[in-house]
Design a protein around this ligand. Structure first.
Ligand code: PEP
Ligand code: MG
Length: 551
């Protein structure tokens, strides 16, 4: 048996035979042509047919997977309609008097390497979309077709170099047990779609295709990112058992939809979801999240080449608020710096970015940028139940300054007769030991605290959360971190404000009992963990746990 490691992209266990999806080899050799007009016409025809196919794909994907996942095919249509991509292919035909296949292949390579070199990981993944579009045009120009994942005869685990979004979306969900891909990251579309379709997947498994053959039996562990090739019967039986247990667990979680996150002795602990982009709200709703406890608004900025306008932000916030209806949506103001870079902000390189110019420090300095975001938030507030949260707070002055700027923005909206809600909760993240230690003072200023255990752990234990060499020290269970959490909850409650946790520790089921015993009011977790944490809460007796709590 061989065991290879990749990146766990979609949870679950798959056991079955491999089918290798080979790349379709379309020849795109350079050929001189007689009539440029003819070649232009061939290209134009291929474009029209491609747009038709994409419309069809979008319709099918909307029905089978969901509107937001299907939107990728609208983007493909837009790229084909945009004069940039097609214009470049036409330019090659015109200038070099060459065949359309060659021109499309060159344009595809040029554009995909342009995307691959981009700093932003989201934009880097868009190279796959360009490859997908070029391949579609080439198939139409040459009348060739690749192995279709919609026509499989038996259930298989697909192994491939990479999967294009259009491959993934066409698959017969009953026949594909899992994906093993050599390329791709957690943010690639194939990973996102695999998660949406609940198909176990691992990506970034280097040179896996040279180590497996069609028909090999494999075990895929989508949670931890392992693939075991040709396991012996003992290993296989062990994993068949784990697979069965996993399915039972999932079923049990699904039955909790519509039930309350309430302890055995009647204490309500809200389980909210964390999101990064407005589209993520669909998964939160699907998993029955009771609200959005953290919308990391910086992803709107990171996924954009330029500063997102007030209008663009307004639309994004409004979408989430409307979809969540009367449920609370807590939007965190811009938290960049540290490990999150934005090129157009031109933040100078620092030797200690996690201790430097980041989050609220930037917003209180670049007040125009901050005010634009606050205007967009206030305008969107009438569409739902909004909470605004300030990150990386260390001092009382920062909270007071942020609130003062918010008041100024409210005044100017009033002067312009632009409506906003009077009922917005204002909170701060407690993610520095400084904030936790003065939480008694800070609690007098706000409506809620949300504890960011990711940063709180790194700052308390002095361990960089990105540095794998010291990762063994990074421990959210460390007594120092737990004591700071407890202190924050106690101080918040003394001032009658609610206290939640939105760092990764909120989704750690081994900590739920401790947090509930401490008196936590809310846990905000990734959408996939909402029901698991709800189940944990339902099995706890808070009074008993509190009596036993020793930290
Ligand atoms: C945290 O620090 O725990 C947190 C939720 O914020 P982020 O991970 O975005 O820094
Ligand atoms: Mg943080």
């Amino acid at each position: 048996m061989m065991k290879l490691r990749g990146i766990g992209a979609s949870k679950g266990i798959a056991i079955g035979k491999v089918l290798i999806k080979k790349q379709c080899n379309i020849t795109t050799d350079k050929k001189s042509i007689q009539s440029i007009d003819n070649e232009m016409e061939r290209l134009e025809d291929a474009k029209k047919q491609a747009i038709e196919q994409l419309k069809q794909l979008q319709d099918n994907a909307t029905k089978n997977i969901g509107e937001s996942e299907a939107r990728i095919f609208e983007v493909h249509q837009m790229i084909l309609q945009d004069e940039d991509f097609m214009g470049r292919a036409k330019e090659i035909i015109q200038n070099e008097a060459v065949n359309a296949e060659y021109a499309v292949s060159c344009t595809g390579k040029e554009y995909s390497s342009l995307f691959k070199e981009m700093e932003d990981p989201y934009m880097r993944e868009r190279a796959a979309d360009i490859v997908d579009i070029s391949k579609r045009l080439l198939e139409l120009l040459t009348n060739q077709q690749d192995l279709s994942l919609s026509e499989l005869t038996e259930p298989v685990i697909i192994a491939a170099k990479d999967l294009l979004p259009s491959d993934t979306v066409k698959i017969d969900q009953k026949k594909v047990l899992g994906f093993i891909l050599e390329e791709g990251g957690k943010m690639s579309h194939s990973s996102i779609l695999a998660r949406t379709m609940k198909i176990p997947a691992i990506v970034g498994v280097q040179s896996v295709l040279s180590k497996i053959q069609d028909g090999d039996e494999v075990i895929l562990d989508g949670e931890n990112g392992y693939v075991m090739i040709t396991p012996n019967s003992e290993v296989k039986n062990e994993w068949l058992k784990k697979q069965k247990e996993y399915k039972i667990k999932l079923n049990r979680f699904n039955q909790l939809k519509g039930t309350k996150s309430i302890t055995k002795d009647g204490v309500v602990v809200k389980v909210n979801a964390n999101i990064g982009m407005p589209e993520d709200v669909d998964a939160a709703i699907e998993n029955d999240a009771e609200g959005i406890g953290l919308f990391r608004s910086e992803f709107l900025y990171m996924n954009s080449k330029t500063m997102p306008s007030e209008e663009k932000q307004f639309k994004a916030y409004k979408t989430v608020l409307e979809k969540m209806k009367d449920k609370m949506v807590i939007i965190r103001t811009l938290d960049v710096g540290g490990d999150k870079e934005i090129a157009y902000l031109q933040i100078p390189k620092e030797s200690n970015p996690f201790l430097g110019y980041r989050a609220i420090r930037i917003c209180l300095d670049k007040t125009d940028l901050f005010k634009t975001q606050l205007r967009a938030l206030l305008r969107a507030s009438i569409y739902g139940k909004l909470g605004i949260m300030f990150p990386m707070i260390c001092t009382l002055e920062e909270v007071q300054k942020a609130k003062k700027i918010l008041e100024e923005v409210k005044k100017s909206l009033q002067n312009e007769k632009i409506p906003f809600s009077e009922d917005i909760e204002i909170g701060i993240m407690i993610e520095t030991p400084a904030a936790a230690m003065i939480s008694d003072i800070l609690a007098k200023e706000v409506d809620f605290f949300s504890i960011g255990t990711n940063d709180l752990t790194q700052y308390t234990i002095a361990v960089d959360r990105m540095n794998s060499q010291v990762a063994y020290l990074y421990n959210t269970h460390h007594l120092s971190v737990l004591r700071l959490i407890q202190k924050t909850i106690e101080n918040g409650h003394k001032e009658n404000i609610w206290v939640g946790i939105c760092g990764e520790a909120a989704a750690d089921p081994t900590l739920t009992k401790i947090f509930v015993a401490m008196g936590i009011d809310e846990l905000s977790v990734n959408s996939g963990s909402v029901l698991e944490i709800r189940q944990m809460i339902q099995n706890i007796n808070k009074k008993e746990s509190k009596a036993k709590l020793k930290i």
